[in-house]
Design a protein around this ligand. Sequence first.
Ligand SMILES: NC(=O)c1ccc[n+]([C@@H]2O[C@H](COP(=O)([O-])OP(=O)(O)OC[C@H]3O[C@@H](n4cnc5c(N)ncnc54)[C@H](O)[C@@H]3O)[C@@H](O)[C@H]2O)c1
Ligand SMILES: [Zn+2]
Ligand SMILES: [Zn+2]
Length: 375
Amino acid sequence: MQTRIALLPQMGIPRPYTETQPIQIVNAELDPPGPEEVCVRILAAGVCHSDLSVINGDRPRPTPIALGHEGVAEVVRCGEMVSDLSPGDRVALVFVPSCGHCPLCAEGRPALCEPGLAVNSQGTLLSGAIRVHVAGQPILHHLGISCFADYAICHRASLVKIDADMDPVLQAVFGCAVLTGCGAVLNTAALRMGEQVAIVGLGGVGLAALLGARAGGARTVIAVDANPAKAEIAGQLGADHFVDARDPEATAQIRSLSRGGVELAAEFAGVMPALELAIGATRRGGRTVTAALPNPNDRLSLQAATLVTEERALLGSYVGSSVPSRDIPNWLAMFRAGRLPVDRLISHRITLSDINAAMERLARGEAVRQIVTFG
Ligand SMILES: NC(=O)c1ccc[n+]([C@@H]2O[C@H](COP(=O)([O-])OP(=O)(O)OC[C@H]3O[C@@H](n4cnc5c(N)ncnc54)[C@H](O)[C@@H]3O)[C@@H](O)[C@H]2O)c1
Ligand SMILES: [Zn+2]
Ligand SMILES: [Zn+2]
């Protein structure tokens, strides 16, 4: 079957992407799904910083690779071993396939699935297969999804069935931004009702975390970003205060607004000054959670003794420590009930041919979630 894909032939192409066009929209050949795989038609796909990080090399991946890892799709055809999905079903795409059998899956932590992470690093599906080709050459799968495309082949373990009676553009953000942002605050850091929370880095993931903190009962939410233009949307989404991260007094301001520091700081910027600011914003006994993916060469500077003497905790959060088949339907239901207004995260609706412009907009900080729509 033929499909358009968003092909990244190599990493590290310089900006501006509107001129250098690192992504090529090309026609590709999709193989039929393997026994445990599913052919899906993409309905909507979100543009996340983690795609940008593959383009600029912050998140090194083998190439050539077909990008896109946040989206929703309709099942077109199932492999012979897939008995619980049917053509026409709506699915959310999850960017770590979970095998269900490894020690971490057995522990109830599918986001850390060991075979899932191994195949994601190699750019194959969970079966080890590569199902995309251009002119006979294999093209790697980005995180088992590659949803900047009309169609994709995904492993069953990358899919969560969801209701089909909602606008797919709204559902797209649940696969990464909401799963990661809400999950970091509610699952990884286990927010307690009444806590004061600082959210550092207000992109799609950070703003989803802000909504999660509000829905989870945070008493006060302090939104922090290096871009003052984010103050307005943070306020609309329920932040009580905005602090400019570039201000040398930013940490002191947060500590003053929270009378000595927040109980929980959550970081989604991806640069070390932001993580250091988050840690500094917490009070004694506070916890910091980070879901950002900085460059692998970045090193954090930390006064180690304070972890002990002040009982501070520093937590990493991957895929929001979520169980996607539990959390995506739950949080979609929260959206339906008006408790998680993620529609406000969607700043642009674009077509696949706009993808390089979308990456440039994201790099400039001029977008929250941009959603690619099809047909
Ligand atoms: N852990 C996971 O599973 C997971 C999943 C998705 C995305 N991510 C990562 O989460 C991060 C956020 O993704 P996104 O799509 O929301 O990105 P984004 O580019 O939309 O947002 C990043 C925000 O950080 C702000 N920022 C930059 N420097 C800052 C500083 N020094 N202090 C405060 N704010 C600063 C930017 O102005 C921007 O608003 C990225 O690192 C991404 O790779 C992780
Ligand atoms: Zn993402
Ligand atoms: Zn596993």
